[in-house]
Design a binder for this molecule. Structure first.
Ligand code: AMP
Length: 249
């Protein structure tokens, strides 16, 4: 079984995001970038499945600028066998990413595609679903447990009501939740070994896909500053304030 894993390069989740003064976007110069957190879970799960003997190859793919190669390299350092970088300049939206991934799936013919449930930069939660629709494959989103069966997968999904367990036929798209596993750290020897693993570079324009954004971003602004909270001395005082000042009870 071959597993393809989509990994996106995003601003590191620890970075305090700053809006550009002219409101045209957020500051990205000299800002730490990392793998989108749920994509680390996706890679971890694929590597674990390979280690259990149920998969033979894990391929990491990223769509983005030249620097997204670092994200692919990190996936190689934690156990992916080889990488693919599809190069695109500027902003790329989920529809274009899913069309590109469809081409990569046509070429690589994986049995399973793992992705993150959501990218923390655009918060779209769309790419996996769109890819499943384009390929006409079953999808299991927000996976917090995955069991590989013979020709199917049993997936536990984190849904609003709690947990839902479904079975999907392979090939399938699975989007991974943060609770799926604990991603490992790359050891120094594995980082060194990853430098020798191959990364194929493809230009998105050679795939014949129009990557022009369909959404025009008009303005980006900071959310209103939150007012400082207050401490109350007793439950009685809290109830009195909720009743008479906040008027919520
Ligand atoms: P989104 O739909 O943007 O919230 O992204 C959901 C998931 O799709 C991410 O967690 C990634 O696994 C994958 N994805 C989105 N954009 C890219 C990209 N540019 N390169 C690789 N994978 C991506």
């Amino acid at each position: 079984m071959k597993i393809l894993v989509a990994v996106k390069r995003v601003i590191d989740y620890n970075v305090q995001i700053r809006v550009k003064e002219d409101g045209t976007g957020i500051v990205t110069d000299n800002v730490k970038m990392s793998t989108n957190p749920p994509d680390d879970n996706a890679i971890e799960e694929a590597v674990k499945i390979k280690e259990s003997g149920k998969a033979t190859e894990v391929v990491a793919v990223s769509v983005g600028e030249e620097k997204a190669q670092e994200t692919v390299r990190k996936a190689l350092a934690v156990g992916a066998d080889r990488g693919i970088l599809v190069k695109v300049e500027g902003i790329i939206e989920p529809l274009a990413v899913s069309k590109i991934l469809q081409k990569i799936v046509d070429k690589e013919k994986p049995d399973l595609v793992f992705m993150g449930k959501q990218a923390i930069d655009d918060d779209c939660n769309q790419t996996g679903q769109m890819l499943a629709a384009l390929l006409n494959w079953p999808q299991a989103t927000f996976a917090s447990k995955i069991e590989v069966k013979d020709k199917t997968l049993e997936v536990t999904r984190e849904v609003d009501e709690g947990l839902e367990t479904i079975e999907v036929n392979l090939p399938a798209i699975v989007t991974c939740d943060l609770r799926l596993n604990e991603p490992r750290y790359a050891s120094l020897p594995n980082i060194m070994k990853a430098k020798k693993k191959p990364i194929e570079q493809i230009n998105a324009s050679d795939l014949g896909i129009d990557t022009k954004p369909r959404i025009e971003q008009i303005k980006v602004e900071e959310p209103p500053k939150r007012k400082a909270g207050i401490k109350v001395a007793s439950v009685e005082e809290l109830v009195q304030k909720l009743k008479n000042e906040a008027k919520v009870i």
